[in-house]
Design a protein around this ligand. Structure first.
Ligand code: TRP
Length: 411
């Protein structure tokens, strides 16, 4: 099974290469693009990666175990795939806790809405299950992959930590760390245990590195793998080597954890479980992830109300018809409509969303009205984030990032 998982990864990569030539979709940690002119085919992705679809019965179990309504991202299928999430729930039901692990590569100053999604969701999971959380800031990864100095990546890590903290994490249960500062000791020992069990061929198979790539790339995957094991955090989990790990992430991070899951049983650990999200679509339409190089493809948490209004009105791809007459007659195509997709992520009220879809789909509501509602929803969200972030001080960042025990993390 473990070997199989890895071999499937290797085969996929071969296939991926061929498919790339046929201009098929490409999804890996560095590139997300749909087939020419199409959308990301998530069913195909699940099959290719070998993960499972998150079905309604799992969502029902989450609601039952946490005694609260499931998060919109779960109810509306934004988190749509998983690996062994059912085992996390089985264990939790037996009274065994788990810990959460997520992360961010600090490559830019300003985060866009797509960046916030895993953190908003992780914050919900932490609160609902009352479990500890480790957040990895891979300043080393971005130094290796981007044109950044060590100092600049470290600075961005701290800046991004403020946005992350602004998502509402509980300091009594949260440890945020930067690789440049934290890697060493028990964490490093795990990295080396992992490194010894992954061959160059496997890494090439999973990540597609080539001979010309510097060896920094080859040596990075164990850094992202190590936080999946509780023994990498002796100040938190000493004596709890059996603690399970759940990783919320966007599905492009799956390759790292395929590798991790293959190694885990061979070094005496549980395989980390995963709960994986779709990509948040670009304003221009659902053909890939948002691009950092095109500021008009995304809404940033630093955008003003005017920016938001402008971007949505000008760039948000509409499924509405060209003329009002035609629209009244045919209605909007909700499948391709970006305002509807965005409302699906961020409009909390189920009844209102259903109403909008019905009216817009039937042509009784116009694109302009739907966009107006979206502008309100996003302005409120961005405004709330801005206020929360402004309240995060350097001392708070230090406090979240201090290597310290968390005595109340399971209560
Ligand atoms: N590689 C991720 C990025 O570039 C950062 C990351 C590190 C991460 N560990 C993670 C993301 C765990 C999700 C889960 O953004």
């Amino acid at each position: 099974m473990d070997k199989e998982e890895l071999e499937r990864g290797a085969l996929q990569n071969e296939k991926e290469k061929q498919e790339e030539e046929e201009e098929e979709q490409v999804v890996n940690p560095w590139e997300v693009s749909a087939k020419e002119g199409g959308k990301i085919d998530y069913d195909k992705l699940i099959e290719k990666f070998g993960c499972q679809r998150l079905n309604q019965s799992l969502i029902d179990r989450v609601e039952h175990l946490t005694s609260r309504r499931a998060h919109v991202f779960l109810r509306r299928g934004a988190f749509f795939a998983h690996r062994d999430f059912n085992e996390i729930l089985d264990a939790y039901e037996r009274g065994e806790k788990f810990y959460l692990y997520t992360g961010r590569g600090p490559s830019s100053e300003a985060l866009h809405l797509g960046h916030l999604i895993p953190f908003m969701f992780t914050q919900y999971l932490q609160e609902a299950f009352k479990v500890p959380l480790v957040i990895q800031l891979t300043d080393d990864e971005k130094f290796l992959w981007k044109n950044l100095t060590v100092e600049e990546s470290r600075r961005l890590a701290r800046e991004n930590a403020k946005d992350i903290i602004a998502c509402g994490f509980d300091i009594r249960r949260t440890f945020i760390f930067s690789d440049f500062d934290y890697v060493g000791g028990a964490f490093y020992r795990n990295m080396i245990e992992i490194s010894k069990r992954v061959t160059c061929n496997q890494i090439v198979g999973i990540f597609g590195f080539v001979g010309e790539d510097h060896i920094g790339k080859y040596s990075f995957p164990p850094v992202q793998a190590a936080p999946s094991f509780p023994s990498s955090f002796p100040h938190l989990f000493s004596g709890k080597d059996n603690l399970r790990c759940l990783i919320p992430c966007a599905i492009d991070q799956d390759p790292y954890f395929r590798m991790t899951r293959d190694v885990a049983p061979r070094i005496g650990h549980h395989k980390p479980a995963l709960i994986e999200s779709l990509f948040f679509p670009a304003l221009q339409g659902e053909t890939g992830k948002m691009s950092a190089s095109d500021p008009n493809s995304a809404i940033y948490v630093t955008d003003s109300e005017k920016d938001i209004k402008n971007k949505i009105n000008r760039y948000a791809f509409s499924g509405g018809q060209d003329s009002i007459e035609k629209h009244r007659q045919l209605g909007a195509n909700l499948e391709v409509d970006i305002p509807i997709k965005y409302l699906g992520f961020f409009l909390e009220d189920d009844a209102e969303l259903e109403h909008i879809k019905k009216e817009y789909g039937a042509g009784r509501m116009l694109t302009g009205e739907v966009k107006q509602r979206l502008i309100e929803v996003l302005t409120k969200l961005v405004e709330r984030h801005r206020r929360a972030r402004a309240a995060v001080t350097d001392e708070m960042v230090d406090a979240f990032m201090a290597v310290r025990p968390l005595p109340n993390m399971f209560n």
